[in-house]
Design a protein around this ligand. Sequence first.
Ligand code: SAH
Length: 284
Amino acid sequence: MESLKQDIVRLTLSDTPTPDIKLAGLPRFMPGWVWLAGAGPGDVGLLTLHTVNALQQADSIVYDALVSEDILALARADSETFYAGKRGGKPFWKQEDISNKLVALAGEGKRVLRLKGGDPFVFGRGGEEAERLVQENIPFRLIPGVTAGIAAPEYAGIPVTHRDINHAVTFVTGHLAGTDKTELLDWAAISQGSPVIVVYMAMSRLAVIADLLMQAGRAGDEAVAIITHATTARQFVLETTLANAAREAAQAKLEPPSIIIIGAVARLRETLNWFAPALHESDK
Ligand code: SAH
């Protein structure tokens, strides 16, 4: 109790803005620091308290395309925001520009929040940004986020592991499959070693990935679920099979972002499906 009181006093007496929620025990954001935080897959309720604490204190927020408006609405009203995501399908800022911006803002003595979709270290280039901060001697904190590869299946009623089905799951990026860098992933080995495969950034490569997996011995009638806009009011789930996935995804005109989960766990959705976009709306 005593330490709780002290934390509240510390937060109120400090010159940093006081969060709306008394986030006792959470750190103060010091000027000149960069906090690299995960914003989760979209649903504001999946933010960690560390990220809420960061939003309520940050002077400058550099955020990506997949960070939702509901989440940015939690920021301090007088904070400045910088959009570092894609515009018209193309990255607007190069990775180096983003790192330069973080360095420059921290150098100005700002409390800099770098907010990334999902978890900053899962296919998010957070590692590269953190390395640059180390090079520049900028103090930083890392805040994990709920990654789409777990949350999207979960919001579709699909556990990424189930004791009766799989003892391993592999998270992969699909965007190199079928390109000149395709060999960076050994799809045959993944296919043999991992009963469940969760693929990020895969929509445009779905046909290639399904072919690679079937060539490596995976059955064409294996269950596949494709979850788009997961955890938001626009969530949509396509239940299909490895052989039909690419065709049915094209017919359904699925939009990114999407997570693809391949493996028998996808069938558990028949029993565990719980989320309806209407649920999301009425929560507000
Ligand atoms: N760091 C993020 C992933 C960044 S890569 C994380 O941990 O989740 C971007 C990819 O993440 C998208 O192409 C898509 O595959 C996936 N993704 C992120 N948010 C998503 C969402 N709400 N629904 C479905 N897929 C999502």
